[in-house]
Write a protein of this length. Sequence first.
Length: 449
Amino acid sequence: MTELADRIAGLVRESRDRFPELDLLRPGGELRLDLGGRAVERVRVELTPLVVLQLQSLGLETVEGLAPRELAAIATVTASSWGAPGEEAFDAARLFDADHPAGVAFRSSYEEAPWLEVALARPVELAALRLRSVASRAASAHRDLRISVAGPGEDLVPVHDAAERAEQLAAFLAEHADPDEPELTAALEPLGLALTGRYPQARRALTDARHVLTPDLARTFRAVANEGFLLERSLEWTTHGPLRSFRFWSHDEKVAYVRFAVEIADALADLTPNVAFGFGAALAAVRDHDLIPHDDDLDLIIAFEPHEATSLPAAHARLEEFLRERGFTVSGDFFSHRHVGRAGSKKVDVFCGLFEGDRVSWYPGVRRGLSRDTMFPTTRAELLGVEVPLPARPEEYLATIYGTGWNSSDPGFKHSWKKRDWLDLGVPAADDEPAAPARRSWLDRLRRR
């Protein structure tokens, strides 16, 4: 490990020791709050955003040693809403049994600020509260958790506030900022955001730090974050940010996703026959015969003749209109691709390319880097037992995109995002890497509160 990696790994360990509630963000994670024998009549668990509240257990450790069934006999449990399987199937004893978790004990509906409250018929002295997350990625919702208790005749008082604790963690990390260590200082914001489950913000913060953290240092940061806490949360920081990479998908989930990508490709075949699995999806089919463990989405490539589209915006417009008419959702305003899905589905990236004589290419990639007969007409191969469309000469295509070492896995591979050669196709003029927007730094914002 590099010195930077050692320093970041040390901060991860110390953060987890100081803030044990971070364990709640992993599937099945647990938080134990010591209440020291406090007399309690009410316990309330709530989340702040639009989300589903799910609990595997909410253990009440009493000084007198009440068993889950004994607690259930004196408890009334209310909630903002009852998701499946509904209130009639709810078992309070199961919720209180923190030593024997058995799946989801409580689930709210999807709503703004869901909550669950336990009212006890008499005060009990609580030694501790034990909250256990559900054994799924829904555990990440606990980044916005608040737990409150009330004694006889008292109002509810927070005993855990995740937002407040996130600020405390940020302050702890800020103590390590040092002008003489710019790389470590630049890593603090994305680290703090990722530790507290704010993954899209963490990705943006790491991107904003790219003028300090070189691609190699950013790769080191991602590797330390993965090993230090993300992998156990069933997440992996890929080039797209911290996401549920394919290594955490079940076989059935992967097969269903491949079939959905083929469904999109088959639909697009009515627009043009020049549609195939591309980029990592082609690599998965040819090299891995499975979805690449460190990848997180599938890519389709489609090519238009000059009379069909003369610019990337025109190609995207045709793609959007065609797919929406067939019930697909199309989102994103990227110059290279669109996200295509359906309600409740994982999206597929569809990249548009343009034929220029006998040459064709897709961004990111080398302009006019591929020959027409390398790509089309497509061939077919199996991926996870599903027949998928591939370029005419898939190995040649992959060697062009990924180099001669395409047959060896490279989790750190990054495309060259050079736009200069593409500007005449409608890409707005810009530098290769636009400067980060001017804004107060995370550390400055924290210090000026």
